[in-house]
Structure formats: C-alpha cells, structure tokens
Design a protein around this ligand. Structure first.
Ligand code: NAP
Ligand code: HSE
Length: 421
C-alpha cells in the first residue's frame, strides 16, 4: 500500500476483519506486505506487524513478491510517478485518486495495457458507490445517454442545511468546517472542482471517449443564497450541485453547476453528505446508485473490492482484460450551445413598463419565458423571479448583457440552470 491515512486505514481494517471471507471469495489470501507512509513513528490505532511500515517507496515498488499496489496517498506528482513505476513493473494498481485519474488516466492506462496489468479506480468517484464497474461492465450492453450525479458530499450537505434551515452559504460553510465535514480550504468542493474531476472520469467511461478536465464547464455553489433556495422551493424545485454528462447528437455535454431539480426527481431526495449517480442507458432506461461518497470504511469498501478483483484476475491469469474503454473520438459542445431552462432572480425598479422592457430584450434574443413572479418590493425595488423555456446559453447570456445596460434593472442577482430530467 502507498498511504495509510483515512482510506488506507479503512482498507487495512477491512482486509483484516473480513480476511477469511475475502480469501474464499478471491481464491487467494491477500497479505499486506509493505505500507508506505511519511511518518513511520506515528501512532495509528492499527495492529500492524513490525517491519510493514516504511518511508522508502522502493520497498513497495521494487519488491518482486508484491503483485498489487494500492495507491491511497493522494496528490498527483509522486502518486503518478509511483503508479507508473508499479504498472511498469507488472504490478496491478488500485487507486482512489480522482485527481490523478482525471489528469493522467490515459498515460496510466497505456502503462497498464503495455504491461498487462489491472488499473482499477472504483473509489475515485463517489467513494463507496459502485459506479465505475457499473458503467464499464454491468451496463456495457447500453449506449449510455446521460450520467448525472451528486458527487460531492460537502456541497450536498451544505445545500441540504441551507434548504432545511433557511441559512446562508457562509453560515453553513462555517458550521460544516467546525464539524469537520468541509476542509479548512473548501475551494475544491464549493467551487465545483472536485465534482469536475469526478464527472470527467464518469463521462469518459460512459461515452467511451477521453474527456479532459479542461473540457468540463465548472461553476460552484458560492453564489447560491437562502432566497434562491426558498423561491426554488415555491416553484417545486430543490437546488443541487450536479455533475452532468450527456451524449447528444450535436456533441457531448460535460458540466458541473448548481441546478434547480424538480422535487420529484430521484436525485432531489439525496440529502446530507450522501452521493448518488443517475444513469440513463438505451436498453436499461433510468437507474440510480446511492450511498456514501467518502469516509474511511465506505471508500475502503470500493478500494478493497478492486483489490479482490485484481487478486482474482491474478489467480486466473487474466490481468488487464478490461483496460481503457475510451475508444471513440467525440466533440465536446461549447457551453454557449448547451440548451437548458433557467431560473433568474432580478432586482428591478418597481414602476410601469419595466416588465415590458425585460420581455422585449428576452424576445430579441429568442428567450421565451415560462414563469414570471414578482416577489417582495423594498424601497421601490421589486424582486422578479423568472423561469425561461429551454434556450441556448449564448442567447440567455446576450439577454443578460442587455439587462446590465437597462437603467430599470438594478441587479441580475442570480441565474441557475433548471434540469428537468
Ligand atoms: P490522507 O488521510 O491524507 O492519507 C494520506 C496517506 O498517504 C498518509 O498515510 C500519508 O502518510 C501518506 N502519504 C502522503 N504523501 C506521502 C508521501 N509523499 N510519501 C509517503 N507517504 C505519503 O488521505 P485520504 O483521505 O486517505 O485520501 C487518500 C486518497 O483517497 C486521495 O487520493 C483522496 O482523494 C482519495 N479519496 C479519499 C476519500 C476520503 O473519504 N478521504 C474518498 C474518496 C477518495 P502519513 O500517515 O505518515 O502522513
Ligand atoms: N471532498 C469530497 C466530498 C470527498 O465532499 O465529496 C472526497 O472525494
């Protein structure tokens, strides 16, 4: 093993506590030979035999008796280097590292393929939820049309709290940090970067094409207010941060942003730190996979299952039979061409003719309105909540540009895309 932190400790515990069951399922006994850590003297609350911990990577990577390397140290520099060395030495690699897979997946798969070993990474997306194997194997008969998921537990917890308590973003973030749910630097989670890595991985597998991280449109939840959530609720929606990937005739859509989701959608009921991935296949129809997206034992469940698979493949000498599945070239649609419905909240001057000016600008840009609500008026300024019919992002942006020049529009407070299915 490379790493014995949260996930590594969980893997070690599961391998010990379920050892005989795992041995019977695998047809081989799995022994943890060496574990690379930074600090071999740290107290870890685990019963680890003398000589297993090391701070020398060669003791793992150059040991010819080791068949499987489990990378649970994180980061993309050393992790990539060690992962490549392991694969080039003919060792199967199991990793929980979404950052490494999203950036270096292609290179690692090439090394795995050339050396006929397994590269398994179930825990890299949605922790304990089986989704990568589902897409690669269980749903292999399907043309996957859509993968849409709540793949970040921190932001789902925050949006759930904002919905239930009517609290503002910053208050919930402070509380989540105090409880240890959100990291001291929450940028990766709240700005959507963590979810972007995960949806890049899922889209690549689902659509059999290589989606680079830079092709994912990303927008986080920092602009969501308690007011938006309240109005969404009045309109029959909940606000969720989704990773969305669609394979459409005009190109692949891959994006992460907050959405208004109908209350009746299966993902709308996924609350707190839970994750879920909703998949549509042409044969299977709609399916959804739900569970814990992080944490010691849920993540260890996925990592250990990959270790079992890799060990079973070694027993039967069939390593590397399911390698890289990105065999197609597909174009990613620019965000401007993506069509969605949209929720808009505007602060406008409350006087005759204002709605007419707004409606005119919408009409000029081919934006059609589905709902118009006038909310509270404070000191002569009214809050307007609008929902558009489906429109290309670029048309909506042009209309918004126009609003910014209208004297009667004080502020475009928020724009949130609406996802109906
Ligand atoms: P962690 O608690 O920070 O543990 C990292 C481990 O790696 C520690 O044991 C550390 O050694 C060791 N390590 C780090 N850099 C090292 C280096 N340069 N040389 C030697 N050892 C090094 O991390 P984690 O939360 O378990 O996450 C591990 C991976 O799993 C990451 O890729 C993460 O994204 C992924 N993941 C985590 C979760 C989760 O719930 N935590 C869920 C899904 C995926 P010391 O113990 O000596 O410091
Ligand atoms: N920070 C992630 C989340 C967990 O909040 O879901 C690790 O992927």
């Amino acid at each position: 093993m490379l790493g014995l932190g949260t996930v590594g400790s969980g893997v070690y515990r599961v391998l010990q506590s379920n050892a005989s069951l795992i041995a019977r399922k695998t047809g081989a006994r799995i022994e943890v030979v060496k574990i690379l850590v930074r600090d071999t003297g740290k107290s870890r609350g685990l019963d680890i035999p003398e000589g297993v911990l090391t701070d020398n990577p060669d003791e793992v990577l150059r040991d010819e008796t080791i068949d499987i390397v489990v990378e649970v140290m994180g980061g993309i520099g050393l992790a990539r280097e060690y992962a490549l060395t392991a694969l080039q030495s003919g060792k199967s690699l199991v990793t929980a590292n979404k950052d490494m897979m999203a950036v270096y997946g292609e290179e690692l798969f090439k090394a795995a393929d050339e050396n006929r070993c397994d590269l398994l990474f179930e825990a890299s997306v949605a922790g304990g939820i089986p989704i990568i194997k589902v897409l690669k194997q269980s749903l292999a008969a399907n043309r996957i049309e859509q993968v849409m998921g709540i793949v970040n537990g921190t932001t789902n917890y925050m949006l759930t709290k904002m919905t239930q308590d009517g609290s503002e973003f910053q208050d919930v973030l402070d509380e989540a940090q105090a409880k240890g749910y959100a990291e001291a630097d929450p940028t990766n989670d709240v700005e959507g970067f963590d979810a972007a890595r995960k949806i890049a991985i899922l889209a690549s597998i689902a659509f059999n094409t290589r989606i680079a991280l830079k092709q994912v449109y990303v927008e986080g939840i920092t602009r969501i207010t308690a007011e938006d959530i309240k109005y969404a609720c009045e309109l029959g929606y909940v606000v969720k941060l989704l990773g969305i990937a669609k394979d459409t005739p005009s190109g692949v859509e891959v994006r992460v942003h907050p959405v208004l989701l109908p209350e009746s959608h299966p993902l709308a009921a996924v609350n707190d730190v839970f994750n879920a991935v909703f998949v549509k296949g042409d044969a299977v129809g709609e399916t959804m996979f739900y569970g814990r997206g992080a944490g010691e034992l849920p993540t260890a469940s996925a990592v250990t299952a990959d270790v079992i698979d890799a060990a079973r493949n070694i027993v039967h000498q069939v390593q590397g039979i399911i390698g890289c599945t990105c065999f197609d070239e597909k174009t990613v649609k620019p965000m401007g061409e993506v069509r969605t419905r949209n929720y808009l909240r505007l602060r406008v001057v409350d006087e005759p003719g204002v709605l007419a000016q707004i409606a005119y600008l919408f009409g000029e840009n081919q934006v059609s309105l589905a709902t118009v609500l006038q909310k509270e008026t404070v000191e002569g300024k009214a809050e307007l909540v609008l929902v558009t019919h489906e429109v290309a992002e670029q048309n909506l942006m042009q209309a918004l540009e126009g609003f910014r020049k209208l004297a009667v529009v004080e502020e475009v407070c928020n724009v949130i895309r609406v996802e109906e299915s």
